[in-house]
Design a protein. Structure first.
Length: 308
């Protein structure tokens, strides 16, 4: 599959490596190493698919151009739009052109997070009571130095979509609405720390994100009827520990099943392979995930405006 890389920032260069020999050309108006400075300079008959790794403000026009010209598209999350109607329009065009439009959420391909899905689907934990996800890194100063990154809803737009997508992946998003509990701008103009929560139904869910965690951290804690599940880490940062605690009744030290995953990030290669194989099967584009996430973000961002 002849693949075009659009945007040669941090994400774009990772995608370039994973696309490997499929990468036919690169596009970036600010990087002299790119083959083209403008997308419309690239001959349409020279590529089949594109990986869009650009700032938010140009994603939509790029995706619309590619889809209208019958190109498969993988776009870095989030697929930012002004309204759900825009996503409906994109979905309709992609289906009419028989192309695959996919929003990249590489954490779905993290082995420990895949194991969470298996555990939840097995119902081994029984009824779920509480879920808490924490995602933090220490990029506040890097974001502060970037005009386009230090804008809008900040860390909410950057990291919350990953966590909402995991809930969708784990089938825990049904009929949920999230509320903004808190948002702070400790070191940046846009929020660099936020907490959202949902108490609509069991389980209670709390999502916390920050750019002010000086040692990168991902935590997942699930409390349930028959025990609990705990994850510490992502493979891109180091080894990952997953523990399932099996409840001993009426009380006592639980039985612990532990899995460890060594450092080394397989998610980029796995996600590109998924995008490529799915594109070659001529699938029907489904943006229901993006509509759900965008609906939640619009609601949270509306609440954010009231407190800033």
């Amino acid at each position: 599959m002849r693949t075009l890389i659009i945007g040669l920032g941090n994400q774009g260069r990772k995608r370039l490596r994973t696309a490997s020999s499929d990468a036919i050309y690169t596009v970036d108006p600010f990087d002299s190493a790119a083959d083209f400075s403008e997308l419309k300079e690239v001959p349409l008959d020279s590529f089949d698919a594109a990986l869009v790794c650009t700032p938010e403000n140009v994603k939509m026009q790029i995706c619309k151009y590619l889809i209208a010209n019958s190109k498969h598209v993988m776009c870095e999350k989030p697929l930012t739009v002004n309204s759900i109607e825009e996503l409906n329009e994109l979905e309709e065009i992609a289906r009419s052109r028989k192309v695959f439009l996919y929003t990249a959420y590489n954490h779905r391909f993290e082995p420990a997070l895949i194991e969470v899905k298996r555990t939840l689907e097995s119902n081994a934990l029984g009824s779920l009571y509480s879920i808490r996800l924490f995602y933090g890194n220490g990029t506040a100063q890097i974001v502060k130095s970037s005009k386009w990154r230090d804008s809008g809803s900040g860390v909410i737009q950057d990291l919350i979509p990953h966590l909402l997508d995991l809930l969708v992946y784990w089938n825990l998003d049904s009929n949920r609405n999230f509320k903004l509990l808190s948002a702070q701008s400790f070191e940046t103009k846009a929020p660099d720390h936020a907490v959202i929560f949902s108490t609509d139904n069991y389980p209670r869910i709390e999502l916390e994100v920050t750019l002010c965690k000086w040692k990168n951290m991902f935590r997942c804690d699930i409390l349930a009827e028959n025990g609990s599940l705990h994850i510490d880490g992502l493979m891109k940062w180091g080894s990952v520990n997953l523990q399932v605690h099996r409840r001993v009744r009426p009380s006592g030290v639980p039985e612990i099943v532990e899995l460890n995953y060594p450092q080394g990030d397989p998610t980029w290669d796995s996600e590109y392979k998924y995008f490529k194989s799915t594109s070659l099967q001529n699938p029907q584009t489904d943006l229901s995930n993006e509509k759900y996430i965008r609906t939640q973000l619009i609601s949270i961002e509306n609440e954010l405006r009231k407190i800033l």
